[in-house]
Design a protein around this ligand. Structure first.
Ligand code: ARG
Length: 464
């Protein structure tokens, strides 16, 4: 007898299969190498299922307590890394069930799966696992926002160039810049909380596709497992991977934000800018050029966002075009999800580490401010004297031009020179050249004045 014949005989669904599987097919089919991470969720789901079947009279109280005893031992084995995987353990569900029957005997162990399908089981395990992971991400994301807010408060005095098109635009507070990203993170936090609500629905008790024939109490199981609500269509419950897709869409959106944040800090940490210095804990040197300090952490945050988008796009391609309900293709939703969550979780923590340890260098920020960034202040000055903005804008453009023609910085022009451009310039125009004043004038909600920035920190704190 060939070894592969033995394989089929021991398979849980092996009753109808007389010929062995190609050994490579056994491996190809196996998800245990990665879905073993779900061992705890699988056991919790099985216990809830067995408890509900006990209530429904499918199992006796004694049988249930045997099942409980068996799973307690299996849990210990997983926890202590002593669970012995057998060749035919296709996935976490078959592995746990096989082991259960070994411990408590096939007579009782064989009753566990009554009315149940692995289709509902994997969906249940993944949702349980994902819900808890996402709750952890929520905590980490709050930390990142908290660090941003704390820095914004303690470094409120620092002024820096604000950029559009990566060109110096108008002076802003460094805090305002930090909060611009924190505000984006906060939107992601809100989205995440939405996603968690939809992930946390119970597919347990929906069978292979058509539902459960033994009147199982689905509400009771959902409650035991901490699900908030049921999935109401069994065919949808086993086919649906929206929870994974939406999570990865969320994760991709978050990684996009963190990637842009990282890009800003990469630029600001360059010698040319020098606004920030990364701590040694999050940068590395060059093996060749001793003077270099590379922002590896930030570059990886930017780089890993591509990987996260890939998980999302990959799963969408896998699912698109599947015929109705469960198809084995869906097994391919597990690995990208695991890697996605790890990538996003690590990234949030690294970002928090980078931000809480970097040094901001206000002298460099100030030095990078250029008088030309105050050109709008001249226009606003004229507006306050009753000049229509369009005309004021034109006149301040001429001021910039005059400075350029004389090859001097704009702030060295005399009031007399300004008067040659427009007679309405007066001595008080010199106030326009004060960066702090320019920043403080942006005092409407959302602006860069001290008050407006502190208002933003208050809004964020409320969300946390
Ligand atoms: N390991 C499988 C998965 O991840 C479990 C479900 C198997 N169901 C089936 N009908 N073969 O999707």
């Amino acid at each position: 007898m060939s070894a592969s014949k033995g394989v089929a005989e021991n398979m849980l669904w092996g009753g109808r299969f007389t010929q062995g599987l190609d050994p490579l097919m056994v491996q190809y089919n196996q998800s245990l190498p990665y879905d073993r991470i779900l061992w705890q969720q699988d056991i919790r789901g099985s216990l809830a299922f067995a408890r509900a079947n006990t209530k429904g009279g499918i199992l006796t109280a004694h049988e249930f307590s045997e099942i409980e005893r068996g799973f307690a031992q299996i849990a210990t084995e997983w926890r202590t890394n002593t669970f012995l995987v057998k060749e035919n353990d296709e996935d976490i569900h078959t592995a746990n069930e096989r082991r259960l029957s070994e411990i408590i005997g096939k007579d009782i162990g064989g009753k566990l799966h009554t009315g149940r399908s692995r289709n509902e089981q994997i969906a249940t395990d993944m949702r349980l696992w994902l819900r808890d992971e996402l709750r952890q991400l929520d905590v980490w994301l709050c930390d990142l926002i908290k660090v941003s807010v704390a820095r914004a408060e303690s470094e409120l005095d620092y002024l820096m160039p604000g950029y559009t098109h990566l060109q110096k635009a108008q002076p802003v507070r460094w805090s305002h810049f930090l909060l611009s990203h924190a505000t984006a993170f906060a939107s992601e936090l809100q989205r995440l909380r939405e996603v968690i609500r939809r992930v946390n629905k119970s597919p347990l008790g929906t069978g292979a596709l058509a539902g459960n024939p033994f009147q199982i109490d689905r509400e009771m199981m959902a409650e035991e497992l901490g699900f908030e609500g049921l999935l109401y269509n069994s065919m949808n419950a086993v086919a649906d991977r929206d929870f994974a897709m939406e999570t990865m869409q969320w994760g991709s959106s978050f990684m996009l934000k963190i990637s842009r944040w990282a890009e800003d800090l990469i630029i600001y940490s360059s010698l040319e800018f020098g606004f920030v210095r990364l701590s040694d804990a999050y940068s590395t040197g060059s093996s060749l050029m001793p003077q270099k300090k590379n922002a590896d952490s930030l570059e990886l945050l930017r780089g890993k966002s591509g990987r996260a988008f890939g998980h999302m796009a990959g799963l969408m391609c896998t699912i698109k075009g599947l015929p109705t309900t469960y198809n084995k293709d869906l097994q391919e939703s597990v690995e990208p999800l695991l890697d996605h969550i790890k990538t996003v979780g690590d990234s949030i923590q690294i970002a928090t580490g980078v931000l809480s340890t970097l040094t901001a260098i206000p002298e460099k920020m100030i030095a990078a401010l250029a008088p030309e960034m105050l050109a709008t202040e001249f226009a606003d000055y004229l507006v306050r004297k009753g000049v229509p903005f369009r005309e004021g804008h034109h006149i301040s453009g001429q001021v910039v031009q005059l400075a350029e023609q004389n090859k001097v910085p704009m702030d060295t022009l005399t009031v007399e020179q300004l008067k040659t451009v427009d007679a309405r310039f007066d001595d008080d125009v010199r106030a326009c050249l004060d960066y702090e004043r320019a920043v403080e004038l942006k005092d409407a909600v959302g602006g860069t004045s001290r008050r407006a920035v502190l208002e933003q920190t208050a809004v964020l704190k409320k969300l946390l």
